[in-house]
Design a protein around this ligand. Structure first.
Ligand code: ZN
Length: 279
């Protein structure tokens, strides 16, 4: 599943490839990908719309068009592929939406699992879309602040990992980066949030910003060859310290990393650096 850094890489690729292009035709081949409006209207409304920008909020891509916003969530396996006018286009059973531009280039939305969704909203109304409205701040110091983060942690007795996965305190931590941030902050993933002291929550706050910032810079990780907007596998890989490192020595203390289940998610941590304590 793409996490925030991977989606950001896709966004940058889309900006580079389709910004300024005008849609000539849209073909929806699997209607359930389109959440709203209904498919014929979706196809009609997009004709003549120019891609002014592609933005991102959490893992939602927001295509800013002339008169509407188009929200796209890739979910498990969604991918965009760009074709120049002379490319041999491969339409297969996983190609569900095809956008053809007036210059002859096109953008395909492929999705093996068909869980991805697209929605049109009125212009500049995408941020009030239900899935987006409830998201916590983006994990950057300009909008994600220490004090409210600490206050919310103090008021919760939930285990820290599921609380961070919930996206309400801060958005962008999926299963990979939450394990990395907790390793960096030396916090056991099952620690109740209100047990953490101020120094620990500040350390966690910094770790979240650091880990996601580095991952965005690296272009996301390629755990299962995740293709970027160009259709080629991501070239960069963030070196991971906890996620997927089961049995390998912790790079801080040498203890083998262990894997457990926390809230049904495979969870990796160092039993020496990240000691559990409850109340
Ligand atoms: Zn360790």
């Amino acid at each position: 599943m793409p996490e925030l850094p991977e989606v950001e890489t896709v966004r940058k690729g889309l900006v580079r490839l389709i910004q300024g292009k005008t849609i000539e035709k849209v073909t929806v081949r699997w209607p359930r990908i389109i959440e709203s409006p209904e498919v014929t209207q979706f196809q009609t409304l997009l004709i003549g719309q120019t891609i002014e920008d592609v933005q991102r909020r959490g893992k939602f891509l927001i295509f800013k068009l002339t008169d509407v916003d188009m929200i796209s969530h890739l979910r498990m396996e969604g991918k965009y592929e760009f074709y120049s006018a002379t490319d041999n286009q491969t339409l297969d059973k996983h190609t569900h939406v095809v956008f053809v531009f007036t210059d002859g280039t096109s953008l395909h939305y492929n999705d093996v699992r068909k869980f991805g969704r697209m929605t049109l909203t009125e212009k500049d109304q995408s941020l009030s879309y239900k899935g987006i409205r409830q998201l916590g701040p983006e994990p950057v110091p300009e909008v994600f602040f220490l004090t409210p983060f600490q206050e919310k942690l103090r008021r919760s007795s939930k285990a820290i990992k599921p609380l961070l996965l919930d996206q309400k305190l801060v958005t962008g931590l999926g299963n990979i980066y939450v394990d990395e941030a907790l390793w960096e902050a030396q916090i056991h993933p099952e620690t109740p949030a209100n047990v953490l002291d101020e120094a620990e929550t500040e350390c966690l706050y910094q770790a979240i910003i650091d880990v996601l910032g580095r991952a965005v810079e690296a272009g996301g990780t390629t755990i299962r060859t995740y293709a970027n907007a160009l259709g080629e596998a991501g070239k960069f890989q963030l070196s991971l310290n906890a996620y997927g490192q089961t049995g390998l020595p912790c790079s801080r203390c040498g203890t083998p990393i262990v894997k457990i289940k926390v809230a049904q998610r495979g969870t990796h941590y160092c039993p020496t650096c990240q000691v559990w304590r409850g109340r």
